[in-house]
Design a protein around this ligand. Structure first.
Ligand code: NAD
Length: 264
């Protein structure tokens, strides 16, 4: 896929370390020829993000915590100074209080509900508002979701509700921005061992369950998600918008555990 994103300029949010899905996407986009800008959420992550950015020739455009709108404004001001325009934004972040990613959804507090929906869902719309002005030649917005938006999943709780709202936002943003040839899509990734995932109760069990029961009998990698992102961000997907594309080894088609696949 070398050259698929040649000449494209993209902002990617959500790199925390080299296991982040955002890193898999950034690397694949760089391999496809894109020029990239990365952010980091907190000072403590800056020292991890800078060397990764250097590896792929990306520019670090500053700290961006989506719960602080002024940091989003500052990042877009930097982008405008750097490039004057923008072709794509990848939103690869989510957050909820870890204590509420275990046990029962019914116990979610209003405070955590509002914070989780703000950071994990509204922030995609907030980024779209800022990106629209810079996408003078069309563009592409991409976010990351999970099957827990569609079906109940153990411990996913308020994050499942946030992802359901995020997937609905993909459809509404696609309709609003399509007239400007800005496409809006999501990748629904299967479970991958990352920093964020380690906050989810029984995550190792969830990984193993997916390995036994997905049609491909394995879990997916950040490289696979990255290459699908390149497709969605590239002109190859110019006819695709409002889509939630599963990169989950086929797990979303499974209705029941596969007795033939269970460990003996
Ligand atoms: P990760 O921990 O590597 O990345 C999460 C990122 O979110 C981090 O970079 C963190 O700094 C950032 N973040 C959290 N709160 C933020 C805030 N207020 N402002 C700005 N950034 C903030 O984990 P990941 O698994 O790569 O997560 C990336 C995305 O992929 C998330 O949306 C997650 O829900 C989604 N996803 C993950 C999986 C999985 O199994 N790992 C599966 C499907 C979808």
């Amino acid at each position: 896929f070398a050259g698929l994103l040649k000449g494209k300029k993209g902002l990617i949010l959500g790199v925390a370390n080299n296991r982040s899905i955002a890193w898999g996407i950034a690397k694949a986009c760089a391999d496809a020829g894109a020029e990239l800008a990365l952010t980091y959420q907190i000072e403590a992550l800056e020292k991890r993000v800078r060397p990764l950015a250097a590896d792929i020739g990306a520019t670090v455009v500053g700290r961006c915590d989506v719960s602080e709108p002024e940091t989003m404004d500052a990042v877009f001001a930097e982008i405008e100074k750097l490039w004057g325009r923008l072709d794509f934004v990848v939103h690869c972040l989510a957050y909820s209080d870890k204590d509420q990613l275990d046990g029962r959804y019914v116990e979610t507090t209003l405070e955590n509900f509002q914070m989780s929906l703000n950071i994990s869902c509204y922030s995609f719309t907030a980024l779209a508002q800022r990106a629209e002005r810079l996408m003078t030649d069309g563009g592409s917005l991409l976010t990351l979701t999970y099957y827990g938006a569609e079906k109940w999943m153990p411990h996913y709780n308020v994050m499942g509700v946030a992802k359901a709202a995020l997937e609905a936002s993909v459809r509404y943003l696609a309709a609003d921005l399509g007239v400007k040839n800005i496409r809006v899509n999501a990748i629904s990734a299967g479970p991958i061992k990352t920093m964020a995932a380690s906050g989810i109760g029984d995550f190792r069990y969830i990984l193993r369950w997916n390995e036994y029961n997905s049609p491909l009998r394995r879990v997916v990698t950040i490289e696979e998600v990255g290459e699908t992102a390149v497709y969605l961000l590239s002109p190859m997907a110019r006819g695709v918008s409002g889509e939630v594309l599963h990169v989950d080894a086929g797990y979303h088609v499974v209705g029941m555990m596969n007795p033939a696949a269970a460990p003996k």
